[in-house]
Ligand binder design. Structure first.
Ligand code: 3HC
Length: 295
């Protein structure tokens, strides 16, 4: 099986920086690419802060933090990913933006390099088709927060080389994750089930079934979920949820995936959840308080 030594990560947002962190912690030389110096510098500083917290809690040795940070590098140049054995893409959920990068990297990277996408809802085949290496393309779908969540969905298309899939699967394991095998259908396993659940929770509020707080409480205490559906939607990002819903609705033409009107209106008004300070909850309050929509 080909050995992976160098890892490239495209995008240093919430997911990309988490992926870069676990990769560097697992011992891989990791280069994370963003569109500006400010963005990758902020991500690397954030990772340093996370690792620092772990050191303070006595969960990580100071020398391990330092060696992890020594393996991590930010860049704005795609050319700097030329020597990577695997590239994991975690940029915005837009097929054209992703494929533009894959086309460029296809011309830069060695023929053996594996291309992996962390997409939530697009299909891997739609990205593989933009490259001359469709057999070397897989999905590696991580969960937020990446350093904490154990699951990685490893996705094979109808064109993925079995050895490439096996390498990607073992790579996920080497990051300390629990991989599962998934077919290349929009939403893979988790979002196929989770997205309609979150959309249904919003529809339940629209229909006056119960309050945001009570639905969250119900699902936490009744099923043992760590977060209720509204806290989770705010955590994922309402703009992200809306976009994922659109992509999955287009794929399946099933209204369970369609964004309910309330979600649409919230996104239009900039309620993106935790990252914007307001979603179903107002995060300026401590503890966060449910927003009164007056409906
Ligand atoms: N980054 C790194 N570490 C974090 C973190 C973050 N953002 N948030 C929490 N942690 C760590 C804490 O440091 C703590 O570590 P420790 O045990 O070593 O001290 C540990 O996680 C537990 O944190 P807390 O005690 O502060 O809080 P909780 O026990 O409530 O756990 C949680 C927080 C792990 C986020 C938990 O609430 C949870 O599991 N929530 C559900 C998350 C989930 O469902 N994620 C999937 C979203 S869907 C997705 O990502 C797919 C996409 O395609 C949409």
């Amino acid at each position: 099986m080909p050995e992976i030594k160098r890892v490239g990560v495209l995008g240093a947002g919430l997911m990309g920086s988490g992926i870069a962190q676990v990769s560097a912690q697992a011992g891989y030389d990791t280069v994370v690419r963003e569109v500006s110096d400010a963005l990758h510098e902020r991500a690397v500083a954030g990772i340093g802060k996370q690792l620092g917290k772990a050191v303070d809690k006595g969960k990580l040795a100071a020398e391990d933090r330092d060696s992890t940070l020594g393996r991590l590098r930010g860049t704005t140049s795609l050319e700097e990913l030329a020597e990577c054995d695997i590239i994991i893409e975690a940029v915005v959920e837009d097929l054209e933006i992703k494929n533009e990068m894959w086309r460029t990297l296809d011309g830069i990277c060695g023929p053996e390099a594996i291309f992996a996408s962390n997409t939530s809802s697009l299909t891997i085949a739609d990205m593989a088709a933009a490259t001359r290496r469709p057999e070397r393309m897989v999905g590696l779908h991580f969960f937020n927060p990446v350093p904490v969540m154990k699951l990685v969905e490893v996705v094979k298309t109808i064109a993925t080389d079995p050895e490439v899939f096996e390498t990607a699967f073992e790579f996920a394991r080497s990051l300390g994750k629990e991989p599962i095998v998934c077919k290349d259908n929009s939403g893979f396993v988790v979002n196929l089930l989770l997205v309609p659940y979150m959309m249904d929770a919003i529809r339940a509020v629209e229909q006056g079934v119960a309050s945001v707080e009570d639905i969250d409480k119900g699902m936490r205490l009744g099923t043992g979920y760590p977060m209720g559906p509204f806290t989770l939607s705010d955590f994922v990002g309402l703009d992200t949820l809306d976009k994922i819903g659109d992509i999955m609705y287009n794929e399946y033409k099933d209204k369970r995936y369609a964004s309910p009107p309330l979600l649409r209106r919230m996104v239009s008004l900039g309620y993106q959840g935790r990252k914007s300070g307001k979603g179903f909850y107002d995060y300026a309050q401590d503890p966060p308080r449910v927003v009164d929509f007056g409906i």
